[in-house]
Design a protein around this ligand. Structure first.
Ligand SMILES: NC(=O)c1ccc[n+]([C@@H]2O[C@H](COP(=O)([O-])OP(=O)(O)OC[C@H]3O[C@@H](n4cnc5c(N)ncnc54)[C@H](OP(=O)(O)O)[C@@H]3O)[C@@H](O)[C@H]2O)c1
Length: 246
């Protein structure tokens, strides 16, 4: 069995890589920080671990990557690379927002389409976020980018089921997880966050159980359930207050 993971150099992607390697998977790991991927390769020298230094914001580098992996059978395709920026939208650098949309939406879409054409059977795991269900002031464009990921992945999975394809698209929507995400987002991480080990445990359990949607942690599952009953004004007010604490 072989898994491909984008954004495997830190956080959720790195831990997924290590846990899947522990389970005996061969891996294709992708990120910009190649030395971090090399560390994982060195940890599992008996397995076939291919590493690619690819900036997924660069279309040419992405195309080159897809050419190089084209002949490999892939069973689990994990679109994990992504980032956010915290702050009032008008104060966030516009180029950062454009890059976020390019990576979180356009590249994930491109890789998902490629994976569907490439795989005859298997699972595509798209890492979204709890923010995808909540319009989030001070995290507005990130939450909107993840709303795209959730909506697209859920609908696509339904279509594949109707077409009786042996490919499943799984949407993963974590709440706050302790990774480098906060540092990259420019937040000082005052929110209580789930350890990355726990998050990855939930993700792998969900994949094993063949779930279509995975929400790591009981509290986040409760939030996802109750959010539909809250008035939008209250959701916006609470989300703003929470983001203002960061
Ligand atoms: N942590 C949270 O609270 C949280 C909650 C919900 C959802 N998520 C989602 O979970 C996913 C993983 O995030 P994380 O929390 O593990 O954050 P992280 O520790 O910052 O990891 C992000 C990964 O994405 C890669 N990446 C970023 N830009 C890239 C680019 N241009 N090209 C290739 N790779 C790139 C990074 O690698 P390089 O920098 O080496 O390229 C890194 O491996 C993201 O999609 C995020 O939106 C996170």
């Amino acid at each position: 069995m072989r898994a491909l993971i984008t954004g495997a150099s830190s956080g959720i992607g790195r831990k997924l890589a290590i846990e899947l390697a522990n389970k005996g998977y061969d891996l294709i790991l992708i990120a910009r920080r190649i030395e971090r991927l090399k560390e994982i390769q060195d940890m599992f020298n008996k397995q076939d671990i291919l590493i690619f230094q690819t900036d997924l914001l660069d279309q040419n580098q992405t195309k080159q990557l897809l050419i190089e992996i084209n002949t490999l059978k892939i069973d689990l395709w994990i679109n994990n690379a992504g980032f956010g920026k915290v702050g009032v939208s008008t104060s966030i650098d516009l180029q950062d927002e454009m890059d976020m949309i390019e990576l979180n939406i356009k590249r994930l879409h491109h890789l998902t389409r490629f994976a569907i054409d490439h795989m005859t059977e298997g699972k595509i795991i798209n890492i979204s976020s709890m923010a995808s269900y909540i319009p989030t002031p001070k995290l507005a464009s990130y939450a909107a980018s993840k709303a795209y990921v959730t909506s697209y992945s859920e609908a696509l999975n339904y279509e594949l089921k109707k077409q009786k394809k042996n490919i499943k698209v799984i949407t993963v929507s974590p709440g706050p997880v302790h990774t480098e995400f906060g540092k990259v987002a420019g937040s000082n991480q005052k929110l209580k966050s789930m350890p990355v080990e726990k998050c990855v445990h939930h993700i792998l359990k969900g994949i094993n159980k063949n779930k279509s949607t995975i929400i790591p942690g009981f509290k986040m599952k409760l939030l996802k359930f109750f959010i539909r009953f809250f008035p939008k004004k209250l959701i916006l007010y609470t989300a703003y207050k929470i983001q203002s604490r960061k």
